[in-house]
Design a protein around this ligand. Structure first.
Ligand code: SAH
Length: 213
């Protein structure tokens, strides 16, 4: 588990690429500058870890592309101590970005293999989410609700109602919606019943599946 000056140099280059692509939130960029993404990947991909690309992480899943992680994190408008719910822990890289941004992170993963792998990796890197959960993210985490923001990191066919219900008023829900291609969608909760919807371009994710595995 080594993090070298060479890795740091590659991270600085990645941050430049993300800035050129339009990421401006300094808290997001700072987190990406600090997190050793190569340690979240199978070592055979280590040399490519700082390219702006998605990679396989086992169980048929992928670690999201850094631009996608940065874009979603920026949309959440995280403030220190915000309670954030993440659906799709996967490799834990997005979880780590949110933790370094100062959020209290609650994350749910439906693949047991990834849940176990990531639960053991994050503490070794000194990253401490509030709660990692093995379960079905369609249900959210009602016992820890409400959340200041919610991020879904898999492509959803629709917006799960429990996630809308678990969002604070004024809170932000970021979710990629669609089957083959997803539209990044931001919902801002205006009051008990009303949500403002913004559509923010096309992305590609692995699907949000029902039930745990
Ligand atoms: N944030 C992750 C992205 C992983 S890909 C990262 O940066 O690595 C999406 C993840 O969502 C996969 O790990 C997949 O198993 C998980 N997933 C899919 N459907 C889910 C559901 N219903 N509940 C929780 N996790 C789910």
């Amino acid at each position: 588990m080594k993090d070298t000056a060479k890795h740091q140099g590659l991270r600085n280059q990645l941050v430049n690429v993300l800035q050129q692509k339009g990421i401006t939130d300094v808290n997001v960029l700072d987190a990406i500058k600090k997190i050793p993404r190569h340690l979240f990947l199978n070592s055979s991909f280590e040399d490519y870890a700082y390219q702006d690309k998605a990679f396989p992480i086992g169980a048929g899943q992928t670690i999201s592309q850094p631009y996608t992680v940065a874009f979603q994190s920026q949309l959440l408008e995280i403030k220190k101590e915000h309670k954030v719910l993440e659906i799709g822990t996967g490799s834990g890289y997005q979880t780590a970005v949110l933790c370094l941004m100062g959020a209290k992170v609650f994350s749910v993963e439906r693949q047991n293999e990834l849940f176990k792998q990531t639960s053991s990796l994050l503490p070794k890197l000194g990253i401490r989410p509030k709660h990692l959960s093995f379960g079905d993210g369609y249900k959210g985490l009602p016992s820890y609700a409400p959340f200041d923001s919610i991020i879904v990191t898999a492509g959803a066919p629709f917006i799960p109602k429990p996630l809308m219900a678990q969002l604070k008023i004024g809170g932000r829900l970021v979710i990629p919606l669609g089957d083959d291609v997803q539209i990044m969608t931001l919902l801002i909760r205006k009051n008990e019943t009303q949500f403002e919807k913004h559509e923010l371009g096309e992305f590609r994710f692995v699907p949000l599946l029902e039930d745990k595995n």
